[in-house]
Design a protein around this ligand. Sequence first.
Ligand code: ATP
Length: 298
Amino acid sequence: MTHLAVHLQGVHKRYPHFALEDVSLEVPTGTILGFIGANGAGKSTTLRILMGLVSHDRGHVEMLGHPIPDGAIAAKTQVGFVSEDMKLFPGATLDWHMRFVAKVFGGWDAGYAAELVRRFDLRADQKIKGLSHGQRVKAALLLALARRPRLLILDEPTTGLDPVARHEVLGALTAAVQDEERTVLFSSQNTLDVEQIADRIAFIDRGRIVDADDKERYLERWRRLRLTLPDAAGQTTLPSAVAVTATGRIATLVTDRHSDELLAACRATGATVQSVDRMTLEEIFVASVMARREEVAA
Ligand code: ATP
């Protein structure tokens, strides 16, 4: 058993107006990795490189132990990939697609497929062209999930789904890794999804991985501190942080290195720590991207 289901090391890809730079990513077998980033950050490009759909300029890419792109065909027999631009045949029914996928790929689980039809509230005899956007997304996910692949790679799997459908899809993804031999890598702008089901988080911004960690450890590192300063803002030098905003003697400090030492350093300036709050992944995402943009603009 390969310990890493996905391994990218120092991957570069240059487009005329965008570059993936030195992207390294590890997804251990049996885990769910949530791949987060703003619009245009490079999530889809990374996933396409992994699937051998886009060639990388430099770096090492491996999927289920197969080097990519050379081993892409062998790897893909055990990979379920769903992305927004995947097309199903409009004139064929979901049932036709299920029979087609069952014939082409091994491992089709007809019982599970029938259960997903019910759970995703689909009709097997309905033609694809008659499905709504959300129903199409669910149909594509069903076709990937019911193959019981060792690795699921999903590009924005919950975009356009209603809350009930999202709940069903996230439940199916969690169930997919329960035997500890299957792995899920999914990109999302929906931080709630990632917070809910991911074991690990990788965060990409402007073509670079800016952080990757175990989810709990990642959330544990971030805090919002509210401080009362000894003097008016600007006269107290606070420890370095992701973001500091201050009005009068009240300051808010956002840190990704929360520790007792940081609190002690704040107090050493004469500030009083009024509160230390956990942040949601969404708050962290926004703070992190905004700080990076301000850094670039400065
Ligand atoms: P979103 O969340 O909006 O889907 P993303 O993080 O998936 O964004 P990508 O689709 O990977 O982002 O795109 C990253 C950048 O690469 C974008 O600026 C895009 O314009 C550019 N890009 C992607 N494919 C190509 C291509 N074939 N030719 C030129 N530029 C491309």
